[in-house]
Design a protein around this ligand. Structure first.
Ligand SMILES: *[C@@H]1O[C@H](CO)[C@@H](O)[C@H](O)[C@H]1NC(C)=O
Ligand SMILES: *[C@@H]1O[C@H](CO)[C@@H](O)[C@H](O)[C@H]1NC(C)=O
Length: 457
């Protein structure tokens, strides 16, 4: 029996490791890493060997993990986009600026804030890449490791540059910005995005991080059950943002206190004084499990894509309070699909917020049914998004890239890509035609006047 077990487990291991590959991951920290880590876990579970590049001051990418080995690059400067304190101050400044919206000054101030933040982030990404490329030992180690591919996040181009340097196929895990690359794992699904034409190396994996809900911790389950038929509202502002400042928090707490529902609110910072006894404030919440709970009636969110896909997956209608980056755009989509309402953070007050919350919670209104239908559409596909993602990563390993799926466009010089050469030719031909017609007309007129003269004479 023991023999038999040992043999089968060896066989199983051998089978599992047949197509095993080595993947070098160059992630972007923060909420981007949450996606990447899920993909890393899935690839690890399928027997692949994963190495993750991280900086010594990373907030979220831990050095030790059961799913990957890491290579840590020493960096002294903090990475701005990923530092919670830095993001909090960016958020409060951008809300301040948006309060004075409409003036040219506020427009310029907002973009100067944004570009400063992006510039600092690019600077730290460049620093890390420079340190890596200049370290001959490290580069030699990476080359000798013979990875099958680089899995990168193209929010910053460092991963792509490294893949190019190591001459390795490249798989992107991304929501937007398509150009270059063997395979693009697009975190998009058409229950959320508008239809568009794309190339065959674009693989849609929107919602790949969503999972069925697990049971809640006991105390939370008790609180949720105590809501009775009214159910609960869940509020969270995502990984990076947890605190909107005392003024706005008071407004939100007061609006929650007026609801017959119970509320679970992820809120960092001091407790608002207007907090009702129906509201549970927590520093962290199991968002996916709460959204999947049958008592959950609505989700009050900043409108990050992770959260919105979880809401679609579980069919929970949304009230959005977009704060920064793509969150405005995301919420406009959700609203246009009849899945959500939006409140504006700079003009928020108790009366209108309560009204918006009641509207979303009202079973007579279409939000809940629309969301259920959208959720059914999202679930109805031949391959789960995560399986699709791992399939295509392994496809790139098996075939050492996916050049046959790439369009020719990435090889074209910029002036050909934008048809500048064609435009110049057409404009020149047009000008030539006009010049020709003008010259002919001039000739004709001359002949006419000469004939007229001859006749008169
Ligand atoms: C270069 O990389 C090697 C191997 O990862 C590491 O041990 C070494 O400390 C690095 N050198 C510098 C100057 O960062
Ligand atoms: C909660 O507050 C409401 C209204 O302020 C009050 O009627 C109710 O008795 C309170 N419930 C508990 C359990 O304190």
């Amino acid at each position: 029996m023991g023999w038999y077990l040992a043999l089968t487990s060896i066989l199983l291991l051998a089978v599992q490791c047949c197509g095993c590959g080595k993947v070098l991951v160059y992630p972007v920290d923060g909420s981007h890493w949450l996606h990447m880590n899920l993909l890393v876990e899935a690839l690890h579970a399928r027997g692949h060997q994963i190495t993750v590049l991280r900086s010594s001051n990373s907030w979220y990418v831990s050095q030790v993990s059961p799913h990957y080995t890491s290579i840590t690059i020493s960096l002294e400067q903090p990475q701005h986009l990923e530092d919670p304190a830095c993001m909090a101050s960016f958020l409060s400044r951008s809300i301040e600026i948006r309060r004075n919206e409409g003036t040219v000054g506020s427009f310029l101030a907002f973009y100067s804030e944004l570009f400063t933040l992006l510039e600092k982030s690019h600077k730290s990404v460049t620093d890390m890449l420079t340190i890596m490329l200049e370290n001959k030992t490290l580069m030699q180690e990476l080359e000798e490791s013979q990875y099958d591919l680089v899995l990168a996040d193209p929010a910053f181009p460092a991963g792509a540059i490294l893949a190019h340097y190591l001459k390795l196929p490249l798989v992107f895990n991304v929501r937007w910005l398509p150009n270059g690359a063997d395979i693009w794992l697009m975190r998009m699904d058409f229950t959320f995005e508008y239809p568009r034409p794309t190339m065959p190396n674009i693989i849609y994996i929107g919602g790949f991080h969503c999972k069925p809900a697990k049971p809640l911790p006991l105390d939370l389950e008790e609180f949720v059950q105590s809501s009775g038929d009214h159910g609960v509202v869940v509020m969270s502002l995502g990984t990076l943002l947890g605190n909107l400042g005392p003024e706005i928090s008071e407004v939100i707490a007061a609006a929650f206190a007026r609801l017959p529902q119970k509320v679970v609110w992820r809120h960092l910072g001091p407790k608002p004084s207007s907090l009702g006894n129906n509201t549970l404030v927590v520093e962290w919440l199991p968002q996916n499990d709460l959204l999947g709970h049958p008592k959950t009636r609505a989700f009050f969110t900043h409108g990050g894509t992770n959260s919105l896909y979880e809401a679609i997956y579980h069919g929970v209608p949304v009230l959005g309070i977009p704060l920064i980056f793509d969150q405005f755009d995301n919420m406009v989509r959700m609203k246009s699909l009849g899945l959500a309402e939006v409140v504006e953070v700079t003009t928020i007050e108790v009366e209108s917020l309560t009204h918006a919350l009641r509207k979303i919670l009202d079973p007579e209104k279409p939000y809940r049914n629309n969301m259920r239908r959208q959720s059914q559409l999202h679930h109805d596909k031949p391959l789960k998004p995560m399986d699709s993602a791992t399939f295509w990563v392994e496809f790139v390993m098996r075939h050492k890239g996916a050049a046959h799926l790439r369009s020719e466009s990435y090889k074209l010089p910029w002036y050909v890509y934008h048809s500048i050469d064609v435009i110049i030719l057409l404009v020149m031909s047009g000008l030539f035609l006009v010049a020709l017609v003008c010259a002919l007309c001039a000739c004709f007129m001359k002949t006419l006047t000469r004939r007229g003269k001859v006749k008169r004479e």
